[in-house]
Design a protein around this ligand. Structure first.
Ligand code: HPA
Length: 272
């Protein structure tokens, strides 16, 4: 594993002198932030050694290294999902490469269904904690002690200072921000009503098909993590509320300007 990470990170280093401090995963609702990065290198995943090859339905994705709000950043424009058929190791590989490039902090974004009845589609939610309901874990297999410990702590995966910063930043923007528990599921089918009621009983506020594997890998590496979710549909389990990918994408687009404004302010003020 270490060799594969070294090959990928030295490839990136040959293309830019920037040493990124902050890694970003631009999920649905934040994709256009990639265009606001003053890019020094834009590298299609297909060109980076050992990066997950793109699937038929997957948009290929690019790694963007540059400056955002004066900070050196590396961003994944497009992520890979477990439901596409990648192994968990492939899903988290880019996190390990971004860490090897120098990133100590990770800002991860996603779109999710809102389980909390008080909320509305279009809300933004700071991830306070998560539930791993993928049924697997990216750290299964031999542990590489150069990356992190065999049994990493997960009592506080989301950095309390970053959470406070995100809350302050939303307030400064005059924006309402939610805070809650994200449950990660494999997908790709959306949840049944019985599943949604179960997830609420477990304490989940939002459900989505990403983020948890990347956060586990980032914590394994000792990175500090901030997660923000765009609630793109309500999934309360109480009445038949059909979800479609088209709706998710449409609401993610609506949210995008607010989401980008918030994340730019957070990056500007992040103490890294
Ligand atoms: N469920 C799971 N994943 C999602 C949803 C949902 O309702 N909305 C966006 N991603």
């Amino acid at each position: 594993m270490t060799l594969e990470i070294k090959q990928a990170s030295s490839f990136v280093r040959q293309r830019t002198k920037i040493k990124p401090k902050i890694a970003l995963i631009l999920g649905s609702g934040l994709g256009a932030l990639a265009y606001e990065i003053e890019a020094e290198a834009t590298l299609p995943y297909a060109e980076i050694p050992n990066f997950p090859p793109s699937t038929v339905e997957g948009h290929s994705g690019q790694l963007v290294v540059g400056r955002l709000e004066g900070k050196a950043v590396v961003a994944m424009a497009g992520r890979v999902h477990f439901y596409e058929g990648y192994t968990m190791q492939q899903v988290v590989f880019p996190i390990r490469v971004m860490h090897a490039l120098g990133a100590e902090a990770l800002i991860v974004s996603n779109a999710a269904g809102g389980i909390n009845r008080q909320w509305h589609r279009g809300d933004l939610m700071i991830i306070a904690d998560h539930i791993n309901f993928f049924g697997t874990n990216p750290l299964i297999g031999p542990n590489d002690p150069d990356l992190g410990p065999r049994f990493p702590d997960m009592s506080q995966p989301y950095d309390p200072e970053f959470i406070a910063l995100a809350e302050r930043s939303a307030e400064a923007d005059g924006a309402v921000i939610r805070k809650g528990v994200y449950v990660g599921v494999s997908g790709p089918s959306y949840e049944t009503l019985a599943e949604l009621r179960m997830l609420r009983g477990w304490g989940a506020d939002a459900v989505g098909m990403s983020t948890v594997p990347e956060v586990i890998a980032a914590r394994h590496l000792g990175m500090r993590v901030l997660g923000i979710t765009a609630i793109t549909d309500m999934a309360t389990g109480e009445q038949v509320q059909q979800v479609t990918h088209e709706e998710v994408i449409a609401v993610a687009k609506e949210v995008e300007p607010r989401f980008i404004k918030l994340v730019k302010r957070i990056v500007r003020e992040m103490n890294v």
